[in-house]
Design a protein around this ligand. Sequence first.
Ligand SMILES: Cc1ncc(COP(=O)(O)O)c(C=O)c1O
Length: 423
Amino acid sequence: MTKSEELFEKAKTLMPGGVNSPVRAFQPYPFFTERAKGSRLFDVDGKEYIDYCLAYGPLILGHTYPKIIDAVAAQLENGSLFGTPTEQEVELAELICNVVPSAEMVRLVSTGGEATMSAIRAARGYTGEKKILKFEGCYHGAHDYVLVKAGSGATTFGMPTSLGIPEETARNTIVVPFNYAEKFEKAVKENKDDLAAVIVEPVIGNIGLVLPKTGFLETLRELTENYGIVLIFDEVITGFRLALGGAQEYYGVTPDLTTLGKVLGGGFPIAAFAGKEEIMKMIAPAGKVYQAGTYSGNPVSVVAALATLKFLRDSGKDFYAKMEKNCEAIITPLKKTVRDCNLKVQVNNLASMFQLFFTETPVCDYATVKTSDTNKFMKYHKKLLEKGVFIPPSQFETCFLSAAHSNDDLNTTAACVISALQK
Ligand SMILES: Cc1ncc(COP(=O)(O)O)c(C=O)c1O
């Protein structure tokens, strides 16, 4: 028995499913990590993995990036939590407002789920309406209003709509398929008098990777604007990853509110929601929408976020161009193999994200993602793991690259992916 196996057996008696977040558990047992550096994870049994999960997206500069670790170490000497405002929070808020197109004001929170929950409340407070509209397969965190037809672990474990959510709550969440402008328009027209917000992952990263069709995001913007509905882009994954200004910069569509997380903290727990001043001014204590958190804007996460964002800002567009090129080093040979061997596999990729699907149907929404053979995916995952490559253990997640992945890492990975696919 490996040490990971032993730990998993014990963990299952102490924590539900042996883990603290569902997707971390996979069969027969997950490896337990001891430490990480750059592009690598090292487990408790002495095995090493090239990491394309990157903690589900945050670590765009790789594990233990020196500038982030140094900033955090220096902050720890000065204190880890004050419960008072700090100068660094102001600097971070200003930086976010400078680089994210929709951000005129920002509130820092601790997790992406908290950010979406608060943004939805702000939209309700602002409009005085109660319904929200979300898209099938988008995941916005583990809270009641958005855990309806949700992706990520909720889909992986066959519970896209969770038990424990009151029917009267779910009734206020309208769900529409992603990428169907006409269906969206119909739902908006039917509910226009009650809709507070439309929330969307502009690029879905929680059912594998699903890209918006040309014009789809523009339609969301146009209709929400026409009907006075708050448009929320959930950029917890795409923020600072697709471009410095996220998907809204990449696609040139500006929402009213934006939620941010993951890359923002460079591996430390911090998230944010930001947007139009007239909506953000509704938030307490400036306004009457209550929102609060003991750890909000905690100084350790704030300096990690500052180190991350300053690095990304100072690196400019070259950084994102290089990340995209690095992703191509895996994707180009992979697509060639799929073509040459006539494999029933779809490959979706964008910037430094990619995922493949075991289906002959092009993947553009929840329904087409669900045509994928998840057993084959888990076999593929296992083969890669044996070869020392770690991808997220679910068809309904996305692979991420970091700046720490070397050319050697990328070439090794391409060869492993091709060999795993052929097997
Ligand atoms: C798009 C999106 N929104 C919100 C969340 C929730 O973030 P957190 O897990 O930090 O609560 C996630 C998490 O994966 C996400 O991918």
